[in-house]
Ligand binder design. Structure first.
Ligand code: GAR
Length: 190
């Protein structure tokens, strides 16, 4: 049984979906969710799911080794599910090919700092894209630049708005993210 720690910053719909998925497998379990935003809805979701959700500050992440030490103790794999901070080099180095992110666009398009959530869908709309999608990728120390593991596309119609695009992306995320995480875990041999 591998141990997953999820990082989230906001609503946590992906975190909830991943926690539920792994309750029904023997591959892995989600031991903790770590969150940088005290107001985030993910705390409520975790309470309901009886999964530990811990808040941390910027200095716990970048300056001290507080978060790194939790991960070393608790995690085999790290999943970024709507997490908005760059991962420090010391954590990337401690978990090579063990950190996976989901991005709500077809990288390398619409990636990088500031490109998250509705900003991405607004940019897709503004550029009259005819398709968008999700990218699941390994994480390195630069935003949205690690090797791609999986992508799935959806059509953007002229009448779509950033909000309807967000809905289509959420469906893809719910459909594929836990399954792809499971595949990566099963195919990773220490
Ligand atoms: C998701 O759509 C995820 O792909 C995106 O934030 C949303 C979080 O939703 N991530 C990024 O934009 C990362 N750059 P959630 O909190 O409900 O899972």
């Amino acid at each position: 049984m591998k141990r997953i720690v999820i990082f989230a910053s906001g609503s946590g719909s992906n975190a909830e979906n991943i926690i539920n998925f792994f309750k029904h497998t023997k591959t892995a379990e989600v031991t903790h969710v770590l969150c940088n935003n005290k107001q985030a809805k993910v705390f409520e979701r975790c309470k309901k799911l009886k999964t530990k959700c811990l808040h941390f500050f910027k200095e716990d992440f970048y300056t001290s080794d507080t978060v790194l030490n939790i991960l070393k103790k608790e995690a085999d794999f790290i999943i970024l599910a709507g997490f908005l901070w760059r991962i420090p080099q010391k954590i990337v180095a401690a978990f090579p090919q063990k950190i996976i992110n989901i991005h709500p666009a077809l990288l390398p398009k619409y990636g990088g700092k500031g490109m998250y959530g509705m900003h991405v869908h607004q940019a897709v709309k503004d550029n009259n894209e005819i398709e968008t999608g999700i990218t699941i990728h390994y994480v390195n120390e630069n935003y949205d630049e690690g090797a791609v593991i999986f992508q799935s596309k959806t059509v953007v119609h002229v009448k779509d708005t950033p909000a309807t695009i967000a809905g289509k992306i959420q469906l893809l995320e719910q459909r594929y993210f836990p399954e792809i995480i499971q595949e990566v875990i099963l195919n990773t041999h220490e």
